[in-house]
Design a protein around this ligand. Structure first.
Ligand SMILES: C[S@@+](CC[C@H](N)C(=O)[O-])C[C@H]1O[C@@H](n2cnc3c(N)ncnc32)[C@H](O)[C@@H]1O
Length: 275
């Protein structure tokens, strides 16, 4: 019976949200069915699939990895072992871009370290006249980003390039966004098993001090920003001072930090003005 199974897996997983997602994924029942039709039948096959998912979840596999998809900015993105599992904190970049640029302006956007393409594709879904370029060193990530762009019908406005940061980029952009790898490499093995066993190391490891990508990208960034252009970089919760110093060293006068919903510094915002 539906409700009985829901209660059982809620207890095993200690999470009613995960239990609900698994049931919705593996049956045609919705959350309200669990309440309104508690005696609904679960087939043997459904039960086997559900219990196999529960086992994997108990072993530390995130549901997004079991089902190969994750919601970001209200859109569904497919992911695999080459792509970071998109995080809700990163949505702050989309919010800030929407506050800064008029919706119908034909802005040109560059996304450095695009992963599943979640940032760039969400931006292009909000700015209907924008065009975008996504760069990633991982060929597997670029492949998935391209599939996601197609799934969201914006592939005609987007190009993906497999390359390192700005190495293969030419031209200038109105908006440059990035959620680079920013974890100190000695911290990576201490991350939760959900993260260290399932997110690709290339998406996490920011070098010895976690700042390598900013150190490579910032000194070159001005050459790629249009006048009045803006760059939005995600940072780790403890990196505000270091990343702001790197922005200052690269002669970005207009710089600020935005706080996420948990109250942590999350996005460094730099504009193209000179000293
Ligand atoms: C933290 S993940 C962000 C992925 C995606 N933008 C998101 O927010 O979910 C960082 C991404 O940078 C990519 N990356 C790492 N080193 C790179 C490099 N040298 N050049 C380009 N991309 C790189 C990784 O493959 C990974 O996809």
């Amino acid at each position: 019976m539906l409700k009985e199974l829901y209660q059982k897996i809620t207890k095993i997983l200690e999470s009613d949200i995960d239990a609900r997602i698994i049931i919705e994924e593996r049956t045609d029942y919705s959350w309200s069915d669990i309440i309104s039709k508690p005696d609904s039948i679960i087939t043997d096959k459904q039960r086997r699939n559900i219990m196999s998912d529960v086992e994997q979840r108990v072993a530390g596999k995130p549901l997004s990895r079991i089902y190969g998809k994750r919601e970001f900015w209200g859109l569904e993105f497919i992911i695999d072992e080459n792509t970071l599992d998109p995080r809700p904190d990163t949505e702050l970049i989309i919010e800030l871009a929407l506050k800064h640029f008029p919706k119908y302006r034909a802005i040109k956007i560059l996304d450095l370290g695009t992963g599943s393409g979640c940032i760039l594709i969400s931006l292009l879904s909000e700015f209907p006249n924008a065009t975008g370029y996504g760069v990633d060193l991982s060929f597997g990530a670029v492949k998935y980003a391209s599939i996601n762009a197609k799934n969201h019908n914006i592939d005609s406005r987007i190009s993906f390039i497999c390359s390192s940061w700005l190495d293969s980029i030419s031209g200038k952009f109105d908006l440059i966004v990035s959620n680079p790898p920013y974890i100190k490499n000695q911290i990576v093995p201490t991350l939760s098993k959900e993260v260290r066993n399932h997110d690709p190391i290339l998406s996490l490891d920011g070098g010895k001090d976690g700042l390598t990508p900013y150190k490579i990208i910032f000194p070159k960034l001005k050459n790629f920003l249009n006048e009045g252009g803006k760059a939005l970089f995600e940072i780790g919760y403890d990196q505000e001072k270091d990343v702001m110093r790197l922005a200052e060293e690269s002669r970005f006068m207009q710089r600020s930090v935005h706080i996420d919903l948990s109250g942590n510094p999350r996005v460094v915002d730099i504009s193209s003005g000179d000293k």
